[in-house]
Each structure stands twice: as structure tokens, then as C-alpha cells.
Design a protein around this ligand. Sequence first.
Ligand code: DC
Length: 227
Amino acid sequence: MITIDGPAGTGKSSVAHHLAERLGLEFLDTGAMYRGAALIAIEAGLAPDDGPNLATAIRAAHLHFDWTVDPPELRVGVRSISRRIRDADVSEVVSIVATQPAVRQVMVERQRRIAAEHPRLVTEGRDQGSVVFPDAPVRFYLHADVAVRADRRLSQLAAMGQPGDRAQVMHRIRERDRIDSTRKDGPLIRPEGAIDVDTSDRTLDQVVEHLEAIVRRELPYAGFADP
Ligand code: DC
């Protein structure tokens, strides 16, 4: 088990996915799970801060990953929602949904259950090394300058044919960080003892290589895929 936490725009998901691939491990995107919860709220017509009812709706919804594809696809029943959860309406409410203790309780339970079934895992999110898997043998905390994170977001938007306003994107990132870091339950923090990695001046490949070298050094007998 390797955990990677940090704010949005640090390249966490891509880093976790590539690291898992290189080491021959599986990959868990817990942000996608919170996004799935937000989509359920939207489609059920529930307010994003209606934690208890939302938790009931999530438990009833059969939100799960299809592990037969790489990266694993998030589904509600047989319906794939991996793309839909990246839409703007979901992004807008997800950080409020993620502040709800009742929702976090369901997610943390599910993440631990997933890890029991898939123990060779790279998991990424905001609370993986602090709350969910504090005993993971290697835990990373990724961060980057807000301006760099905003530029990465603008490139993603441009690739989707959606030009964005830099000042507005920076404002949204700061606002999301504020909500994620100040919530009472599972706030975004650098887990104690985690390895700090600044991704501002590193490419995706450089970050992955850096993490891979650390993991191979720290866990020499884990039986990873050959480099
Ligand atoms: O990484 P992301 O942008 O897909 O995350 C979506 C939201 O979910 C974001 O507001 C933070 C929240 N989240 C969380 O609270 N805990 C996690 N383990 C993962 C994500």
C-alpha cells in the first residue's frame, strides 16, 4: 500500500496511475469516489450538504469500480460514470459533498474494503495517508505553487476545447483548497511522516521517477514489476 495525498492540480491522479503501472500495483482514485457521490446528489435532487440522506443514497446506489479495466472505471450499477464525474456541475458541488461526515464515513469504509480485496494498491486523495491508511509503509504528500496548478488546469481545459480565465481558475483552486483543508472530518493535511514532494518544477515523468525510486528503495522486498 502506497498513499499519495495533496491538493488538486499537483498531478496526483496521473502520478498515482503511472506509478502503479510501473510497480505492477493497482490504482485507486478516491477523488472519483467523492465525485460519484456528488453525481448521485445531483441526480437524486439532494442538497450537497444533506449528509445523512446522501449517505443513504450512496449506500443504495451500487457505486463501485470495474477493476477489469485500467485505470479502473467508476460505475453506478452497469452505467459507467468515469467521464460524467469530470463535468463542471459535479466539480462545483463535490467539495461540499466531501465535507459531510456521513458521506466520508461511507467512503472510508469502502476504501478500506477495497484495500482488503486489492492489497497491492497505490491510493490517492486527500486523507489516504492521514486517516484511511495511516500505517501504509510509504506515504507521499504532493504539492505545487497555485500558479503552476492553475496553468495545468488551463491546459487541461484547452485540451477539451474550453478556454478558461486564469484569475478565475486560480480563485477556484484557492477556494477548493480552503474547503478541503478547513473541514473538520478528514481535512487535507500533510500526513505526519509523509514524504513531501514539490511538483512545481517537475514534469509528470520526473515526479513518477522520483516516487518510484523512493518506493523501490524503501520496500526492497515487495516484489514489484521489473524497472
Ligand atoms: O481529486 P479530485 O479533484 O477528483 O477530488 C474531488 C473532491 O473530493 C475534492 O473536493 C476533494 C475531495 N476528496 C476528499 O475529500 N477526500 C479524498 N480522499 C479525495 C477527494
